[in-house]
Design a protein. Structure first.
Length: 401
């Protein structure tokens, strides 16, 4: 990784003890990596389902910390945080709070959430509910530590920004797509507030030009703010023609790769020169574009599902943006992509899990498994040889052995 830009140890790294922990959105480093993936010596014809538990609706990724699994869902008009035993699926505790929400008619097909993945950070769980409520729960007992009120006007499509943590801060776009806000992790007090309405993408923490900062997508830009006080460092215009970005920025060497619906894919390089920041476009392509499916980088290759051709797997050279290959059309409406060593685990929204090689020469699937009886829009949590899959209303544990 380039010296100009290093991924910080974000989220729960300081608090988790096991390499198999999966403590936040897209894993330990928010880059889509599995945690301590254990590839089988040979792939079985079918996976083994250890348990399946009804937990409620929603698209949040389950978290895995030590011997517990945490899942954030909706049941009967309430939002619920539930802790389960990872080995058996037995419930340890659940805590709920009222969260009435009625999406506008165009958004009804998207469901009533929640859509944002929780954060495990220093022994607590932090969530962003569908109406913008930020909550903190004790991970051992489920006790609600603090909570913000719902926004007076509910966001039409709901919120989907997954919180990120650093030391004593929890950072997210709260409320009705509010500006990036840092909360005191212990008390919920607001430490700083940035500028720009939130989109659907989740922020990341990086170090750039010697300054630790948060990179986020607003409804008008890609934005970098100082972690210490939220001060704007740099900004690059990014106004989408349709849905505001749902793609979390991803780091490659000293660039940030960003995308949105109908916007193609772009690599940006923010650089501090003296006291001034500049943002250069390193490359951009319109041959593929990302809507809901977040990509991963393996080595020097970006793998993802383009919204073009009604769902088309692809590989780009992450250094140049060159399209290496395009797969067949009509593959999926959405794919949750996990990088597992040199392999890709692709969970399509139709509950098909594809195991493929991370090849620069073409799409190379090895196995295909069915892992649910209903739609699977949530990112799976891959921990060791375990795959935790959230479908419409249930959570299941599948193992590779």
């Amino acid at each position: 990784m380039g010296s100009a830009l290093l991924m910080a140890c974000v989220g729960a790294i300081a608090a988790h003890d096991s390499a198999q922990d999966y403590p936040q959105w897209r894993g330990v480093n928010r880059d889509g990596a599995a945690s301590a993936f254990a590839e089988p010596t040979s792939w079985p014809d079918t996976l083994t389902r250890r348990w399946k538990v009804a937990v409620g609706e929603g698209y949040a990724t389950p978290l895995v910390v030590a011997d517990a699994v945490y899942v954030f869902t909706r049941r009967n008009g309430t939002e619920v945080m539930t802790a389960l035993e990872a080995e058996t699926g037995k419930e340890r505790w659940h805590t709920s709070y009222p969260a009435p929400y009625a999406p506008d008619t165009p958004a009804a097909a998207h469901g009533v959430g929640p859509k944002a993945t929780p954060l495990f950070h220093n022994g607590r769980l932090y969530t962003l509910g569908i109406t913008g409520i930020v909550s903190a729960f004790d991970a051992s007992t489920g006790k609600l530590a603090w909570q913000t009120p719902a926004a007076p006007d509910h966001p039409s499509y709901g919120t989907a920004v997954s919180p990120v943590g650093d030391k004593n801060l929890v950072i997210v776009h709260p409320g009705n797509h509010g500006p990036l806000t840092a909360f005191d992790a212990n008390t919920g007090a607001v430490k700083w507030t940035g500028n720009g309405r939130g989109a659907y993408a989740s922020p990341i923490i990086v170090e750039l030009g010697g300054i630790r900062q948060v990179v986020t997508m607003t409804q008008d830009s890609v934005l970098g703010v100082a972690l210490a006080d939220g001060a704007r460092l740099w900004e690059y215009p990014w106004t989408t023609r349709s849905t505001p970005s749902a793609i979390t920025p991803i780091v490659y060497e000293d660039t940030l790769i960003v995308s949105s619906q109908a916007m193609g894919v772009t690599a940006l390089k923010p650089t501090r020169r003296a006291d001034k920041w500049d943002v250069d476009v390193v490359w951009e392509t319109k041959d593929v574009s990302l809507f809901l499916s977040n990509p991963v980088i393996v080595g020097d290759t970006l793998f993802g599902l383009s919204e073009k051709a009604r769902g088309q797997f692809f590989a780009l050279d992450a250094r140049s943006g060159k399209v290496l290959w395009l797969g067949q059309p009509r593959q999926a409406s959405n794919t949750a992509i996990v990088k597992a060593g040199t392999l890709l685990l692709l969970l399509n929204d139709d509950a098909q899990l594809i195991v493929a090689r991370s090849s620069r020469n073409g799409f190379e699937p090895l196995r295909r498994y069915t892992v649910a009886d209903s739609a699977t829009w949530a990112q799976p949590a891959v921990s060791g040889n375990r795959v935790f899959v959230k479908d419409v209303a249930s959570l299941s544990l599948w193992t590779l052995k």
